[in-house]
Design a protein around this ligand. Structure first.
Ligand code: GLA
Length: 675
């Protein structure tokens, strides 16, 4: 990973956004530059979705406008993240290559008119994307404005149809070798699905009733690999021209699960993410912490790029409304991202489009122009980030940008495995389970990383497994060794009940982890939504219960009601030097925090600062050889915090008790850093 790369220039923290000059006359470009300079913009992303402006006819390139804007950026000291516009093939492409249009699961062939209208398995699309990437790499790899390649935009297109079927069959042949192996793994004897020829297998389009979950899971894996191959071939092209230019692609977090984020991260130099909290108040702040922790973890604990956030609005098409951010909230949330490792902040987008899709999406320069609250807050934010340049260097060798003792297991197969309709309860879904554990820890003031179970876990005291239905023997062994060597774990209900191909483990649910947990799970008791379960320690739970038998573990609390009265609900098992906790139900919010406190205590983990928790966020960020304590008050109360060091935001020394009002923040260079 090229952290000391010459192109990782001395710009300090990055600030700017997606810039689409092709949508505006060149007279507006000069105005843009004036405003960018006023706001301390030092980075813009150019080219995203610009395919029809760059290649208006097949093989005919119009680079003039792009040359001029890149020159203008270089002249004004603004670095460019140059995007390959391959997420939006132009209309000429779909007419020339109708076979490359995407097909939905219902068999509908889509036509251009929006974006992302292509099938990633279509050879014509791939060839066109490669050609365009090569042309851009040859022309711009040595341009003085170039800082980074931004390949594609938010990979995530899933398509069905004949070209997908062909590629899927090839993928299956490579995985299984012969049909016997596939038929056995998918248990195709169920409902007469036995395959006699590879050509009989299709991508899982709409079918009459429940599809085969193992078939579905393999299709998700195939689609993810396909998208990774699209990324890989673009990365190879740009690196073949100038290998030292860092390469990224922007992940949509946290809701996008069409690829495996860890796999994608391995293909690029820096992880970048697009992040749009969709809830006002403290719950939105919890989302900021969650997205940041994922991004940093995918980037191997190194600083990561916030490629897109929104300015004044929380944009949520799903709920059909755009909410304004409260005054000051943009700066506050951006400090949260910074605390958790962002290299700065970029936005979608620089200037509001006059018309077109997303014409009311929040920008840095709104329709109202520079005389607006939004632009004033942008100038304030840009000025603040410019003053925080000392946070920009990567942490000294051997340090992560944050150093956390707790990790949550996140992996694509775990997520995909609960994305099936045939499970005993919908309350087994991956994302809500992971979010609720991360949120509970955030409220306790505990900062977390994410890991998958093929990583070195030795730096952690505690590894939590909120949802991992599909678990391989190898993954179970990694966790067992971690605990035997003194680590601590907590595993939630239903996890490990199948192997990595959704074959149910026989003899005990949670079977992959049953020995480690010292339990056997005999039967599930999914609950109706409104049912509250009372536990013997006075806490409440809901959604799910199980018949757990102790096989070495002790019970911490029991179910109290028929038919599970007296059976364990929460257990603990000592293994080697560590402990393994099991939660056979979904604890209520308070009970979850109480129990997590117990587990944290076992694991010897405490917050970064005594004031942390319940709305006070304390995160330590490392830069160079220095450390900085970020303290942010998300609560409605004014609190006094004991702190020593130099606050970068007010440029003042702090010695002892300092008052932190609601919405206030400190970034304190710690004393030893000043010696
Ligand atoms: C994504 C895309 C952007 C834009 C925003 C809107 O992150 O990358 O092009 O559509 O969403 O929120």
């Amino acid at each position: 990973m090229p952290t000391d790369h010459p192109l990782r220039s001395d710009d300090g923290l990055v600030f700017g956004g997606d810039y689409n000059p092709e949508q505006w006359p060149e007279s507006v470009w000069l105005e843009d530059v004036r405003l960018m300079r006023e706001a301390h913009v030092n980075r813009v992303t150019i080219g995203v979705f610009s395919w029809s402006s760059i290649e208006p006819r097949e093989g005919q390139y119009e680079f003039g406008w792009l040359d001029r804007i890149l020159d203008l950026m270089a002249e004004n000291g603004i670095g460019v993240v140059l995007a390959t516009p391959t997420a939006s093939p132009p209309p000429w492409f779909s007419l020339a290559h109708p076979e490359a249009l995407p097909v939905t699961a219902d068999g509908v062939r889509l036509i251009h008119g929006s974006r992302d209208t292509y099938n990633p398995a279509a050879p014509a699309y791939r060839a066109a994307a490669r050609r365009l990437t090569s042309a851009m790499a040859e022309r711009y790899s040595f341009h003085p404005a170039l800082r980074m390649w931004h390949l594609h935009n938010e990979y995530g297109t899933v398509s069905y149809g004949p070209q997908t079927d062909t590629a899927f069959r090839e993928w299956l042949r490579a995985k299984y070798g012969d049909l016997w192996e596939l038929n056995t793994t998918w248990n195709t004897a169920f409902w007469s699905q036995g395959y006699g020829e590879w050509e009989e297998i299709f991508a899982p389009q709409a079918t009459q009733y429940l599809p085969n979950p193992s078939h579905l899971l393999d299709f998700k894996r195939f689609s993810a690999d396909l998208l990774r191959d699209c990324l890989r071939e673009q990365a190879e092209i740009v690196r073949s021209v100038r290998p030292e230019v860092p390469v990224t692609t922007n992940f949509m977090l946290p809701s996008w699960n069409h690829y495996d984020q860890w796999d994608f991260a391995a293909e690029i130099d820096d992880v970048s993410v697009d992040h749009y909290p969709d809830t006002p108040g403290i719950e939105g702040d919890v989302q900021v912490a969650f997205g940041s922790d994922l991004a940093r973890s995918f980037n191997g604990g190194r600083p990561w790029v916030l490629m897109e956030q929104a300015t004044t609005m929380v944009y949520d098409y799903a709920q059909g409304r755009i909410l304004a951010r409260d005054p000051g909230k943009l700066l506050f949330n951006t400090l949260q991202y910074l605390a958790r490792g962002a290299t700065g902040s970029l936005f979608f987008q620089w200037r509001s489009p006059r018309a077109g899709a997303e014409f009311f999406h929040s920008p840095m320069v709104p329709h109202a122009g520079e005389n607006s609250r939004t632009f004033r807050e942008i100038v304030e934010l840009g000025t603040t980030l410019a003053n925080l340049h000392e946070l920009a260097p990567p942490p000294a060798a051997g340090h992560g940008v944050n150093q956390n003792r707790v990790a949550i297991v996140w992996d694509a197969t775990a997520w995909w495995s609960t994305d099936t309709r045939a499970l005993p309860s919908n309350d087994t879904a991956f994302l809500p389970a992971v979010k609720s554990v991360h949120r509970a820890l955030w409220l306790l003031g505990i900062n977390t990383d994410f890991v998958q179970l093929d990583q070195d876990l030795s730096g952690y005291n505690l590894v939590l497994v909120p949802s991992k239905l599909a678990a391989s023997n190898a993954e179970a062994e990694v966790l067992r060794r971690f605990v035997a060597n003194g680590g601590h774990t907590a595993i939630w209900y239903f996890s490990g009940s199948t192997d990595e191909n959704l074959n149910v483990r026989q003899g005990s649910f949670t079977g992959a982890f049953a020995d480690l947990l010292g339990i056997r799970v005999e039967e599930h008791f999914p609950q109706l939504e409104a049912t509250a379960l009372k536990l013997s320690d006075g806490s409440t739970a809901d959604c799910w219960a199980e018949a757990v038998e102790l096989r070495g573990a002790i019970s911490i609390s029991n179910f109290t009601e028929f038919p599970l009265a007296g059976r364990p609900a929460v257990t603990k098992h000592g293994v080697g030097m560590g402990t393994a906790h099991y939660l056979a139900t979904r604890l209520g919010e308070d009970a979850l925090r109480t129990h997590l406190r117990r587990i944290l205590n076992d694991a010897g983990v405490s917050p970064e600062h005594p004031a942390a928790g319940y709305g006070i966020e304390a995160v330590r960020r490392y830069a160079g050889n220095d450390s900085y304590l970020f303290l942010l008050n998300h609560s409605e109360e004014t609190v006094d915090v004991g702190i020593h060091g130099h606050d970068l935001l007010t440029d003042s020394a702090l010695h002892g008790e300092t008052t932190l009002g609601p919405g206030a923040a400190l970034i304190v260079r710690e004393p030893w850093a000043e010696q």
